[in-house]
Design a binder for this molecule. Structure first.
Ligand code: MN
Ligand code: MN
Length: 294
């Protein structure tokens, strides 16, 4: 439970911390912030201090849908994403917007396969699937992920990357350490060259999932505590709220809730913190019904 709560709070603090420097280069970050290490809002979205963005917002929408329907139901998820878009979120990715508009106009909760859908939008929101399908077999997990992902992103390379993130979170939830997580990342890199992270340092990562996960893996495996890992990935700039969110969920599961600095958790907006903790606890208890319900 502490690891599940850590994963959810890690996602939200990573999003809130990274959003301030999203789309900046490491050089610009160093110039304006030195090392960026405190949640202070601002950035190109002009956020309130402690406010999160679409990464956390979509994960919470997906989690609400799973709790409501007791499974990963693509129609219910598409409705949840559509409702979320109606709340006028502070940011929304182009591929996500296109997928939701596709659902509204056709009623189809699955976009056609596209080589352009390898962005990080389906990965940044995947956390509820990791918790809800803890202990499920690999094919059930993969299928649950494809159902949520393909509402907006239908691409096999992105599916493979997101599935690996889900497996890493699950391994960490079950008490595995960095060695087991590294083996999962290495296996992904071996199967898809887009994810080879053992080469050049990834700075200014784009919203392409290959870039995003290279930065996340490099920061995760170069550090040994939550704060160092998150500060390292955020200060690479680029799609920093999303690298922060993905690293935050993995590292939060790996190191547990108590490893997340209290100054970050207490700065999160109250409603966000409450929803994260409620979903973490509820999704873990939903496990048996979810496993049976795909
Ligand atoms: Mn965002
Ligand atoms: Mn982003």
């Amino acid at each position: 439970m502490a690891r599940a709560e850590g994963a959810y709070l890690g996602l939200a603090v990573g999003d809130a911390l990274g959003a301030t420097v999203e789309f900046m280069t490491p050089r610009e970050i160093a110039h304006h912030h030195g090392t960026h290490r405190d949640i202070r809002g601002g950035g190109w979205l002009k956020l309130r201090r402690g406010q999160v963005t679409d990464d956390t917002g979509m994960a919470l929408a997906l989690g609400d849908s799973m709790l409501r329907s007791g499974r990963v139901d693509p129609v219910d998820i598409a409705d949840a994403f559509s409702d979320w878009m109606r709340t006028k979120p502070v940011d929304i990715g182009n591929t996500v917007r296109r997928g939701i508009v596709h659902y509204r106009s056709t009623g189809e909760c699955r976009v056609p396969p596209s080589e352009h859908d390898a962005g990080n939008g389906a990965c940044m929101r995947c956390l509820p699937v990791a918790l809800g399908y803890l202990g499920a077999g690999p094919e059930t997990l993969a299928q649950a992920n494809r159902r949520q992902a393909h509402v907006t992103h239908n691409n096999p390379v992105a599916d493979a990357g997101t599935l690996t993130v889900l497996k890493m979170v699950q391994a960490a939830l079950l008490g595995e350490g960095p060695t087991a997580l590294r083996a999962l990342a290495d296996d992904l890199a071996q199967r898809h060259r887009a994810y080879r992270f053992d080469r050049r340092r990834m700075e200014n990562p784009s919203a392409y999932l290959g870039d995003t996960l290279k930065a996340v893996f490099q920061s995760l495996f170069a550090t040994d505590d939550f704060e160092s890992a998150l500060v390292d990935v955020i200060n690479r700039g680029g799609d920093a709220d999303t690298t922060g969110a993905i690293l935050g969920m993995i590292a939060g599961a790996l190191y547990g809730r108590d490893a997340i600095p209290e100054r970050w958790v207490s700065t999160l907006e109250k409603d966000t913190r409450r929803r994260c903790l409620t979903q973490a606890r509820s999704l873990i208890t939903l496990i048996p019904s979810l496993r049976a319900a795909l």
